[in-house]
Design a protein around this ligand. Sequence first.
Ligand SMILES: [Zn+2]
Ligand SMILES: [Zn+2]
Length: 458
Amino acid sequence: MDSAKSIQLTVLGGGGEVGANCFQLSINGQHLLLDSGTHPKKDGLGALPDFSLLRRAPEVLLVTHGHQDHCGSIPYLMRQYPGITAHATHPTVRVVDRMLHNSVSVMGLLARERGVADYPLYEHEDVDYAMQRFEGHDFEEPFKLPLSTPVTATFRRAGHVLGAASILLKAPGHTIYYTGDICETAQELIDGFSPLDPSVKVDTLIIEATHGANAHAGVHHYQDEIYRMGEDINVVLEQGGAVLIPSFALGRTQEVLNFMARLQEEGRIPQVPIYASGLGRAVYELYDKYFEYLKPGAVLRPLDDFDRIGNVWKPGVVKKLISEPCIIVATSGMMLENTPSAMIAEEMVQSTHHGIFFVGYLDHETLGYKLLHSSPGDELLFGLENARVPVSLTNIKRFSFSGHAPRETLRGVIEHIKPKNIIFVHGDRPAIDWMKEHTGAGYNAYAPDIGQSITLEA
Ligand SMILES: [Zn+2]
Ligand SMILES: [Zn+2]
């Protein structure tokens, strides 16, 4: 049996950033990739992981979940290396399919409207080919990888979103655990992550560090935060306003729709229409299809309970939508320009009786972040082709519903697993550096940049 005591890890993306996550593990001359994302804030070829670091074709790709920063570049990778076999959980395979076909449409739009030169990075046929290369698995079901060194992989529940997994890799003489994006909170629909059994001895831990620099993440209890938000929603609806909740299409949208419906059932907020936007609805159907992957006892309302938003780029549609009290759950969560949430906000910020409530991570350079920190009279750009709009609305808030573990939990994961080597990834530089400084003592701790290779000894 080939020993794999020494394994080399190369960071293609997701080193010192929440970006295009992609990590290569080299085991006895063969290559395995963990995730293949795109950078959510970059355009064109610049959004890809640094695939030039691949000296030869990887054999296998393992995908943790369907967020763009973990799966967005798969069709591009597969076109270059058509022999790769890919693995994910059953729900993730279907989620990735929907997300990638949607990406083709979005990239086409950006190419036409903003002239992004390299878009689309792949076509629908490339997505179809990539999906043919996928094999789906259940959680806790070990499977062998097609490598000459015998390596088994197991997907484990990561919480976070439907199908999201951490990956346990057992090679002869070396065990690796890659957390992917993890969440310990039991959300409305998805349970918290499954801790690793202490009998499993892990040599190398690759751990996300999204909240490394945020001492406040996770201080609000999930249920309390839902009720706190309900009170703020009441105020807006009573004064005849509309509430906009910008949400990621995968995960947050389905969670928010269901806890809004629950607040209505509990009589905590009035029975106004709840609207949901397109991609969020498509993913909702998969939450329904893979119901057994949701939290035990989760109540998933029929998708038809939620109304369609309509074409927000058509003149008059948004004005009509917000003319009556209602709750709107729309993508994108960070309110990137030209997305439904931005188009709706553009109209809302011109009045003072509405409410815009953010519920997720906001990168500092995004429109959502700028709007959250705006003062009356500030002018912001919501549609790239449109004129700047002065902001009159002041009822703009952020509620704390992160889908990522707070740093104290990450610290707990490390102490529980006690690996020999720790690689901190998926966090901006301050987050990763905090984690390395405050939790890395006693371990071989690394906070690698993109392009860096590390030799890991078991
Ligand atoms: Zn994620
Ligand atoms: Zn992520």
